[in-house]
Write a protein that binds this ligand. Structure first.
Ligand code: GTP
Ligand code: MG
Length: 230
């Protein structure tokens, strides 16, 4: 659904959208990626975002109402990438609101809880929601969260990996609590988006001169780094 012929246009539109809102804070960035975290209620979406953005975790469960977002800036070579990360409510009653935000998202983290069979069973439905409401080129990483709870595991690593393969998604088991694979999940998603953009823009010399295997970092690059391939 909603095919978009150009990631370049999408990126420009997203950038202008945020600048136009006068979001406050630093608006100096090269790219803005809109990401969404989706999945059943209580799988750990909010906790995952808090761990990534604030390096914090709480065991209290406050179910998200509607939708919320946080912003984090990362660097890939000399390019400054602003991530606008939307944390959606997993509860069914908010589905109409949350799916309205799928359009324009460049990447999704689709999360289930390895201790909750139902949340794993729902992955297929969430995947269908992505196909229905988002851009064709949106990238998806499947995350099996709460992997610190090994004793209560009901979904095997192999089942998660197999489902991800079948759906064509990347896969990580994660723990927001113990900070396992949280940063890696976001980094992989950003890399996938950058690769997709490069594919679409490979005739533009401005985006093809960088090193393709550049690592993503949280810190600003020193001056005069080589150009990014995003
Ligand atoms: P909704 O907002 O209702 O969609 O839920 P959510 O997916 O945002 O879940 P949330 O992040 O609020 O976490 C639900 C519960 O799981 C909370 O009690 C968290 O502390 C707990 N939790 C989240 N991530 C982990 C994890 O990696 N390990 C463990 N052990 N608990 C976690
Ligand atoms: Mg939440």
């Amino acid at each position: 659904m909603f095919p978009n012929p150009s990631w370049g246009l999408l990126q420009m539109a997203a950038t202008q959208d945020v600048k136009g809102k006068g979001e406050g804070g630093d608006q100096n960035f090269d790219y803005m990626f809109k990401l969404l975290i989706i999945g059943n209620s209580s799988v750990g979406k909010t906790s995952f975002l808090f761990r990534y953005a604030d390096d914090a975790f709480t065991s209290a469960f406050v179910s998200t109402v509607g939708i919320d977002f946080k912003v984090k800036t990362v660097y890939k070579n000399d390019k400054r990438i602003k991530l606008q990360i939307w944390d959606t409510a997993g509860q069914e009653r908010y589905r109409t609101i949350t799916t309205a935000y799928y359009r324009g998202a460049m990447g999704f983290i689709l999360m289930y809880d390895i201790t909750n069979e139902e949340s794993f069973g729902a992955v297929q439905d969430w995947s269908t929601q992505i196909k229905t409401y988002s851009w064709d080129n949106a990238q998806v990483v499947l995350a099996g969260n709460k992997c610190d709870m090994e004793e209560e595991r009901v979904v095997s690593v192999d089942s998660g990996r197999l489902l991800a393969e079948q759906l064509g998604f990347e896969f990580f088991e994660t723990s927001a609590k113990d900070n396992i694979n949280v940063k890696q999940t976001f980094e992989r998603l950003v890399d996938l988006i950058c690769d997709k953009m490069s594919e679409s823009l490979d005739t533009d010399p401005a985006v093809t001169t960088g090193a393709p295997t550049a690592k993503l970092t949280d810190s600003a690059p020193p001056l005069q780094q080589p150009a990014c391939n995003c």
